[in-house]
Design a protein around this ligand. Structure first.
Ligand SMILES: [Zn+2]
Length: 68
């Protein structure tokens, strides 16, 4: 999973993750309202990646358009 990968910014391998409610300005409003995100933060440089929490992925697949 994502935590095992090296940080794309600094190459660090120590990451921390937490499920959060995204700030309103970052949330794609509408279909994903109420969805939580899992953030993964590099322990060395703080680079942060955002993932839609896995249990909300079916909603994404239902409501979003698939990229070709
Ligand atoms: Zn890093």
């Amino acid at each position: 999973m994502a935590q095992e990968k090296s940080c794309v910014e600094c190459g660090g391998r120590e990451h921390f993750s937490k499920e959060v409610v995204p700030p309103a300005e970052l949330l794609p409003v509408g279909p994903l309202h109420g969805a939580k995100y899992r953030i993964v933060v590099c322990g060395a440089c703080g680079f942060t990646r955002w993932f839609v929490a896995e249990r909300f992925l079916p909603l994404v697949k239902e409501k979003f358009e698939a990229e070709q």
